[in-house]
Design a protein around this ligand. Sequence first.
Ligand code: NAP
Ligand code: GDD
Length: 396
Amino acid sequence: MERTKFTGKHSREKPSTSASASTCRKALITGITGQDGSYLAELLLSKGYKVHGLIRRSSTFNTERIDHIYVDPHDSEAKLFLHYGDMTDSGQLTNLIYNVKPDEIYHLAAQSHVRVSFDMPEFTGDITGIGTTRLLEAIRRSGIKTRFYQASSSEMFGDSPAPQNEETPFKPQSPYGAAKVYAYWMARNYREGYGMFAVNGILFNHESPRRGETFVTRKTTRALARIKFGLQDKLYLGNLDAKRDWGYAPDYVEAMWLMLQQKEPDDFVIATGETHSVKEFVNLAFAHAGIEIEWKGKSKSEKGIIRSLTSNLQPLPSNMKVGDCLIEIDPRYFRPLEVGFLQGDASKARKILNWEPKVRFKEMVKIMVDSDIKDLEKMKQCQDVIRKLSDNKSRQ
Ligand code: NAP
Ligand code: GDD
């Protein structure tokens, strides 16, 4: 797991049920175990916050993205506290908010996969949509004063024409998009109806080495690393022509924090303004690993073939050669409805938040490819050591 610069400490201990006497600010993050939650936790800890995170009980560990900032709960300097809960459990949400009394709440928890939302529309509506209402109601009923961030999404724009900004009408093209539109309006209703400091960050796609492995960017860089190490033959993808405005997750969590530091609550689009197709992402990722791809065939029969191999970026599997097919289409990854083109206009955030993306598309692709390759290299080194150790043992 790659690390960003971080100075804080955290623990899994239960917080005191009374308000802390400390003057440092307290934040609650739902979805702390996700891509954005982990970067946001690091950012807030580095700013001196006490961070409380909601995690789901799971039969396997689901804290991989935040394990590197875990310290013993008995450490008196512990600054991160994890609490079991779920977006379906209003009672626990109300208790948590009442007990922690956070100054800021970042609501990131969601069923966040668009393709999966077509398979599980009701569940997605419950977690991604009504989950927000449960949290807003928990804040209202607990009577505490706090600032609330809602993780809204460019998926809400659906097929509205680009470039999309805060005034663009929502035309969601998925159960996930529709659930996020509902949650967006609930946050606005609580702002306008109850005077709550509630904001919507309408974030366009943002990626990183911590991106979930079934989103198209990470799926590609992970498969590429596995192909390079001879662990996988092919990458199967869906729609190669969809275009996205892809940014870098650590830049985007900074924007979340900025939104909650403003005098007045407001909604902001966060995007790079650059848009690229899935195919461009794939081409660039493979090229960075020394594999030039050319595309042959049309629609479902389109294939990504090796056009050339750059020898100085070895090792590549010894049986890999020009003309081999590495990428194919699997229609299972098509969606009943597709968002074809997203490109954000973040002028408002530039002007009011003074926010700019620092890492652009090409650099982000390289960061992701390098990270997945490095992870496999490390794993291979470990396997080599284990093999040597067991060879030595069998010779004794
Ligand atoms: P992610 O990696 O999928 O993380 C989702 C988080 O929500 C995980 O911590 C997950 O816990 C948690 N969660 C899911 N269901 C839950 C439930 N029932 N109760 C409690 N927690 C639950 O998502 P992300 O990429 O970090 O995105 C963060 C938020 O921003 C999401 O709301 C997403 O919809 C939104 N968003 C993301 C993007 C993007 O490009 N990344 C763009 C716009 C908006 P587990 O770890 O246990 O699964
Ligand atoms: N996941 C996936 N898998 N997508 C594929 C594949 C594949 O094999 N092949 C092509 N795609 C296309 C999808 O059809 C889509 O057009 C595009 O790649 C991006 O898909 P995802 O990476 O799954 O992201 P998304 O744009 O649907 O949703 C993400 O961004 C939203 C913001 O616009 C998620 O992070 C959402 O939570 C987020 O709100």
